[in-house]
Design a binder for this molecule. Sequence first.
Ligand SMILES: Nc1ncnc2c1ncn2[C@@H]1O[C@H](COP(=O)(O)OP(=O)(O)OP(=O)(O)O)[C@@H](O)[C@H]1O
Ligand SMILES: [Mg+2]
Length: 284
Amino acid sequence: MSEASGKQPVIEVTDMAKSFGSQRVLDGINLKVYAGEIMVVMGGSGCGKSTLLRHLIGSIAPDEGTVKLFGNDITKMSEKELDDVRKKFGILFQSGALFNSLSVGENVALLLREHTNLDEATIDIIVKIKLELVGLRKHTEKMPAQLSGGMKKRAGLARAIALDPQILFYDEPGAGLDPVTSAQINQLIIDLTKKLNVTSLVVTHEMDSAFMLADRMCMLDKGKILKMGTRHDFEVLRDRTGELKSEQERLVRQFLRGDAEGPITERQLASDYEEDLLMAHKRC
Ligand SMILES: Nc1ncnc2c1ncn2[C@@H]1O[C@H](COP(=O)(O)OP(=O)(O)OP(=O)(O)O)[C@@H](O)[C@H]1O
Ligand SMILES: [Mg+2]
């Protein structure tokens, strides 16, 4: 899906900025995500990925700019209006965010009890369907403490899809998992996106996951989007050999390849040096 298709974006962020104290964490973000696509937001640790995600789910408000979901600006909504929008999206947090005192099945059922008027028998069927979708139907009775990391992610995913969301947000879905389990979770995300016809936004710094999942990708750096494009665009840049003219392309390429040397490393060394000098100056 692309801008050329003329469709309204499901997620639309315009000129969004956010500071914590004197630190400008997000600095003029523009992002559109279209129905049915998987958008991957990547970038180094601390570049603002989770902060961006928290704006998209309405848990923090921007200092500037707008965040539209389904065409409506959530930054201007009351808590009640926001709650209605929240029913239309699911979130998979890094930890899976399960209630430890409830079984896997109860964790999924809880949302249905809280947000629908369905009777218990219907809830029971829906819970089974959701757990089957993530491959956990046989583990309905297990408690979160009895699950492996990968199973927790699956259970979290079953919770995220409990209310038939139109958007799914994921924060580092592969974090803490071995490469095979991580790839299985990624495959599950792809399958669910296609089967349930949802729009997915995935935040990750793992390049294997990013390239496996993405229809389109963007790279955040120092609170700005450095590059946005299709997965193919990013693959081409990653595989380009020789000197690149623009600093921006060199930065993105180093990140995509995970090279030890390049502009990211030079920048880190330079800033460490500045800090060192400043500290030394203070001691004088
Ligand atoms: N509530 C907060 N108060 C103050 N600073 C914050 C707050 N939340 C985030 N930050 C700062 O904003 C910056 C971006 O944090 P964020 O969690 O968005 O990074 P990230 O890209 O998700 O990193 P990681 O890949 O390590 O998860 C960091 O410097 C962090 O310290
Ligand atoms: Mg994060």
